[in-house]
Design a protein around this ligand. Structure first.
Ligand code: GAL
Length: 742
């Protein structure tokens, strides 16, 4: 199967580096997988001898058996979303983008060096969609029932060393669905092997999140260790806080004793007088280097990232970051992208997060599940706030463990400001719902008291006993009409719009047409759904609403409302599935960006056949006034309407439409659209011009049609085929929710 490759976490990701001194090894398990699409039923057990063996450790049957011949299975690399390779079919599930889910198997073989004997060997899988059973060397080592939580498995007792290969077999049943959106299937997030000393810091074992004091800051560091060795150990935990330049800002130590096969916890406090604060504009990060020392020997070391920021939700004044009011300008984000489904390389997440920063967004809500770890690293680094959300609303042991896993993994991130325990649960207005949330909130507080707990409610707010009474911040999904009444009835409760808008639009379309299933981007209400403009106005004009999260930042596969087949992905995005801007992008930029002039014009100006007929023109602007010109003739100057945008009806004539923005009477911005000629060429624009070439790095490449003068051709709908040399095309997308072509 080939050797394990050394982990190559996305180079630019904060917190990825590990201090070199310890013997900890982190190995990416992205290569060397065999994959079988479909199920391989277990053989029926009939004989007495087979029955005797059936439930013995190491004696798994069928494709779970170490000796199973998988030589004719496909070779795949991770991340791998097997559902994304399925055809789009009319009789498959609409919510899942008309792609079939089903069962699949993965197997890999691992060789451990004899020198590894005695070390602690852990398998880390960041997510498997959806139900998974895992066997290692013929023994079931775990079962997992959600596609959104990571799992860690101690392989140490089962491992063999030297030339005997260790066989890991995983059966994935993605028939199970946890959502009403495209969820993907298989080993779609990173997988690693981590080798450590028998006495070591456990996974997610360093909790170091700064807390403001009346005078300065304290960084409480809590370190959980484990000992898989045979004798008790007494060690010293040493933590050092370093700034971005690597200068040591503070350090401290605490002893820890770790009995054999048990955990030991060390706690220490680092005082920091005046750190550089983390904010959405200047996301300053610090590194915490934590070492486990046996005398002078460093037996294990972990680097975590932290940021110094103070957050507060106020019942009257909304959200405060570092003592200053900050309206939360957020979007909801699912975890899939054009071409790759849920198997999103880190670099593609980076592209998505940068697109959101460009939008002027300052927050994301991870709907409706904990995100891949890289998402939070990127939010820390780029300066986005996060509402981190749990998938399963259920305080029973299995599902409560998923919530606890999320909080343990994510509580060091300065970006994370809210824990959300659910989205739109039918039991939200009942006493049972209240009791369930009370328990879940309690579990969260046991792990992190610094952030409020919320729940995204779309009803039940006014019943005698309901979930709003068990959370710190009440999340409203839609229900703008109840903001004032709820605030009046519960004046001491902080509020946020956990979800709003759900407006439909097709990128590049400015005519709504049922036959072609396109929806114009002017943000007109469709049925009685909200618009981008009305939803934001309701938030922006009320101080007591901390902010909101637009449904959604990007389109996603599945949930193709308001249509169904053959539409297969959503129409809600501010951007399409590829991350291309719809008109809503410009509307939100105009509403949200305050540190630079924003001026954009819609629609395109290619309306052959409509000469002389009025075309609706919208300018999205954030300055004081805006004037529109067609071929140099003014169509009128207007005071900018920051909520509704500015509109003109302009009789169409080909040429150049220009908007000029003014502040204090001076021109501060210009924007234009021009009538383009026929498409004569393609322009390819890579997001980055270099790739690491390590099998994990990737870059989106934008493809556009241009006319003879190099202008974008907005109506081009040509079929394009691609080949590549020196790399792989991992996916293609066109952002059109009505297209089944890649
Ligand atoms: C919300 C729900 C989202 C999405 C949206 C579509 O009620 O929370 O997941 O389904 O509706 O409008």
């Amino acid at each position: 199967y080939g050797p394990l490759s050394t982990a190559r976490a996305f180079a630019a990701t904060a917190g990825a580096a590990q201090p070199a001194a310890s013997s900890r090894e982190v190995l990416a398990l992205d290569q060397g997988w065999r994959f079988f699409e479909g199920d391989i039923p277990f053989p029926e057990i009939l004989s007495q001898d087979d029955s005797y063996d059936n439930a013995k450790a190491g004696k798994a049957w069928g494709a779970a058996a170490p000796s199973f011949d998988d030589s004719d299975w496909a070779d795949v690399r991770l991340p791998h979303d097997f559902v994304s390779f399925q055809p789009i079919e009319a009789d498959a599930n609409r919510a899942q983008g008309y792609r079939r889910r089903g069962v699949a198997w993965y197997r890999t073989a691992l060789r451990f060096d004899p020198a590894d004997q005695g070390r602690h060997i852990e398998l880390q899988i960041d997510g498997i969609a959806t139900h998974a059973t895992l066997w290692f060397n013929g023994t079931v080592v775990d079962r997992n029932w959600s596609g959104y939580n990571g799992i860690t498995i101690d392989l140490t007792p089962f491992a063999t060393f030297g030339d005997d290969l260790n066989i890991l077999a995983i059966r994935v049943d993605a028939h199970a669905m946890e959502g009403w959106w495209y969820e993907g299937g298989g080993l779609y997030r990173p997988v690693r092997i981590v080798k450590r000393d028998p006495v070591h810091i456990i996974t997610d074992g360093v909790y170091a999140h700064p807390v403001p004091q009346a005078d300065g800051w304290v960084l409480p560091v809590e370190v959980t260790t484990y000992n898989s060795g045979k004798t008790a150990a007494g060690m010293m935990v040493v933590s050092t806080l370093e700034d971005a330049e690597g200068r040591v800002v503070a350090s401290g130590q605490a002893p820890v004793s770790v009995p054999a096969l048990e955990q030991g916890v060390a706690r220490l406090d680092l005082a920091v007088a005046s750190p550089r604060l983390w904010s959405v504009e200047a996301p300053s990060l610090y590194r915490v280097q934590t070492r486990l020392m046996a005398g002078d020997r460093c037996v294990d070391a972990v680097t975590t990232t932290c940021g110094f920021r103070a957050t507060q939700f106020d019942k009257d004044k909304g959200f405060f970051l570092n003592g200053r009011p900050l309206k939360i300008k957020g979007v909801c984000v699912h975890q899939d992208h054009a071409g790759v489904g849920t198997a999103i390389p880190d670099a593609l997440w980076d592209y998505r997060i940068r697109r959101l920063k460009e939008l002027g967004c300052n927050a994301i809500r991870c709907t409706h599940n904990a995100p891949s770890a890289v998402v939070l690293d990127l939010c820390d680094r780029h300066g986005l706030l996060v509402m981190d959300e749990n998938r399963q609303f259920n305080p029973s042991p299995d599902t409560l463990a998923q919530l606890e896993w999320m909080v343990r993994r994510d509580r060091n991130h300065p970006s994370v400001i809210l824990w959300s325990v659910f989205n739109e649960e039918p039991m939200q207005g009942s006493a049972a719902g209240y009791e369930m949330v009370r328990r879940m909130a309690h579990a969260v507080k046991a792990l992190d008291t610094t952030r409020p707990v919320t729940a995204a409610m779309n009803g039940g707010l006014f019943t005698p006993v309901n979930v709003a009474q068990a959370v710190d911040v009440v999340g409203f999904n839609y229900q703008q009409d109840k903001y004032d009444a709820f605030h009046a009835a519960h004046p001491n409760v902080p509020l946020i719009s956990s979800e709003d808008t759900s407006a439909f639009s097709t990128r590049g379309a400015y005519v709504t047409d049922k036959d072609s299933r396109t929806i114009a981007g002017y943000d007109d209400p469709v049925k009685d759904w909200n618009t981008h403009r009305a939803a934001w106005k309701a938030i922006a004009t009320r101080d007591f609403i901390a902010g909101g999260f637009v449904w959604t930042g990007f389109d996603y596969h599945g949930e193709p409302s308001p249509w169904g087949w053959p539409s297969n992905s959503s129409f809600y995005g501010i951007m399409d599935l590829c991350g291309f801007a719809k008109a809503a992008f410009h509307i939100h930029q105009a509403q949200w960006v305050t540190d630079r002039p924003v001026l954009a014009l819609v629609p395109h100006w290619n309306w052959a056949g409509r000469e002389g007929q009025p075309i609706k023109v919208m300018a999205c602007a954030n300055m004081e006034e805006v004037e529109l010109f067609l071929n140099g003739r003014s169509q009128g100057r207007q005071a900018v309407d920051p909520y509704e945008m500015n509109h003109w009806m302009v009789p169409y004539a080909p040429g150049r439409l220009e908007a000029v923005g003014y502040t204090g009477g001076k021109v501060t911005a210009r924007a234009q659209v021009e009538t383009a000629g026929p498409a004569v060429a393609l322009r390819l624009t890579p997001d980055r011009d270099r790739l690491r070439g390590d099998g994990l790095d990737a870059t989106p490449i934008m493809v556009g049609a241009i006319d003879a003068q190099g202008r974008p051709v907005p109506l081009a709908q040509d079929m394009v085929t691609f080949t590549i040399e020196g790399g792989d095309i991992i996916g293609l997308g066109n952002g059109d929710p009505n297209s089944a072509a890649p």
